[in-house]
Design a protein around this ligand. Structure first.
Ligand SMILES: Cc1ncc(COP(=O)(O)O)c(C=O)c1O
Length: 402
């Protein structure tokens, strides 16, 4: 979360004073309430017909997959670098995650997706990590004409875009997170968007215990089925509506600082930028720099810390790296083997998950260091950061030359 102020406090107070905290309130009174208004505003910003607020980004991914018609025993390709929730989401409907490599920009590698496709592949989830957009053109070319759905995981890239279109709207569906660590937030929260009404309605039925609480269930074009409760509440929706008003300003501010920092590093000895698939559309949240090895990345991180420059290492980002996805590595895809897709489906039994299964992904993660961009950086902060990075990376070149 980058910004929060009195406007959010006022929005929350408005809902509390009205005592209307539940979104499907039959006597809501005049006009649509906060959740519905957010969905309309979010859909307008995205330029899609359907969005649904849900409780978390994980819920958004699961509802979208249910909406897209993913079934037990289907295979869903996910990158080996993403928050673990992406990889586990297919298990919720009995489907099986198939892990694929990321490229040097740390997005899903379309060439490895092509290698991982089987007759059971029904969906692919490109993930836009750390505000950077995955190679969507490459991916869409690979899946074209094969009946494979594309669900964009835009949980870390809310508001980003790819060639002029907002991320999440380029594939068949998109999922977003509004948890505390995301670009806009209400503490927890999520959403999904869909291009077609069936995906939206199926996701909507699923998120609301089969629509038990919905006042307009009779308007559905498809039969109701059992679901879970992933509903959003009015309190968080009211906060998110204010946050949404801040979104483009936050991204513009981050991108401005990102661009200024990057410009000051162009051509500096030892500085190598990782490829960026959407130079005009990433969120500006971080800058990826490439190095030769894990040892070098670790040395830079330590030296940077001593000099007051914060560098992060994607390889050390815990549950974002597939080697640390214990439920897959230890083959416990559910709380009981009798409902575990890894045990009860042919696709699940065929998947071999192992820490060394994606060596390219590990290499790209080992060879990347991340500079997080500050939204409130002053010109002096940017200059100081650039100078420190130039000094750090110049030493790197000297060390490599020895
Ligand atoms: C890439 C990615 N996908 C999915 C999620 C899940 O979102 P949430 O924590 O809101 O369930 C996250 C959140 O951390 C994420 O970073």
């Amino acid at each position: 979360m980058y910004q929060m102020g009195e406007e959010e406090v006022e929005a929350a107070a408005r809902v509390l004073r009205a005592r209307k905290l539940f979104r499907y309130n039959p006597d809501q009174g005049a006009g649509p309430a906060e959740c519905e208004l957010f969905e309309k505003e979010w859909a307008a910003k995205l330029g899609v017909p359907h969005t649904l607020l849900v409780s978390t980004g994980t819920a958004g991914l699961i509802c979208a997959l249910v909406g897209l018609g993913i079934e037990p025993g289907d295979e869903v390709i996910v990158p080996g670098y993403t928050f673990m929730a992406t990889a586990l989401a297919p298990l919720a409907m009995g489907a099986v995650p198939v892990l694929a490599d990321v490229d040097a920009g740390l997005g899903l590698d379309p060439q490895d997706v092509a290698r991982k496709i089987t007759p059971r592949t029904k969906a692919v989830i490109p993930v836009h990590m750390s505000g950077h957009v995955a190679d969507l053109d490459g991916l869409l070319a690979v899946v074209k004409g094969r009946g494979i759905k594309v669900l964009e995981d835009a949980c870390q890239c809310v508001g980003g875009s790819y060639k002029g279109k907002r991320v999440g709207t380029i594939g068949d569906a998109g999922a977003y997170s509004f948890n505390y660590f995301k670009i806009i937030s209400a503490g927890e929260g999520g959403a999904f968007c869909a291009k077609d009404v069936e995906t939206y309605q199926r996701g909507r039925i699923y998120h609301d215990t089969g629509c038990a609480f919905r006042y307009d269930a009779n308007k559905l074009q498809i039969p109701v089925f059992g679901g879970v409760n992933y509903r959003m509440d009015e309190l968080r929706a009211a906060v998110l509506r204010v946050q949404l008003g801040r979104l483009d300003g936050i991204i513009a501010g981050l991108r401005k600082n990102y661009t200024k920092l990057r410009e000051r590093l162009v051509g500096a000895p030892g500085i190598e930028f990782a490829p960026v698939h959407s130079p005009d559309g990433h969120c500006g949240a971080c800058l990826y720099l490439r190095v030769e090895s894990r040892a070098e990345a670790q040395a830079l991180e330590q030296e940077g810390r001593a000099k007051g420059v914060g560098l992060a290492l994607p390889f050390d980002s815990g549950r974002h790296v597939y080697t640390n996805w214990d439920p897959l590595m230890q083959r416990r895809g559910a709380f009981h083997p009798k409902i575990d897709p890894l045990h009860i489906t042919e696709a699940g039994r065929a998947q071999k998950y192992a820490p060394d299964m994606l060596p390219k992904t590990l290499e790209h993660l080992e060879r990347t260091v991340t500079v997080h961009i500050g939204l409130n950086w002053t010109e002096a902060d940017i200059e100081r950061t650039a100078q420190a990075l130039r000094a750090l990376f110049k030493n790197r070149q000297t060390a490599n030359a020895v």
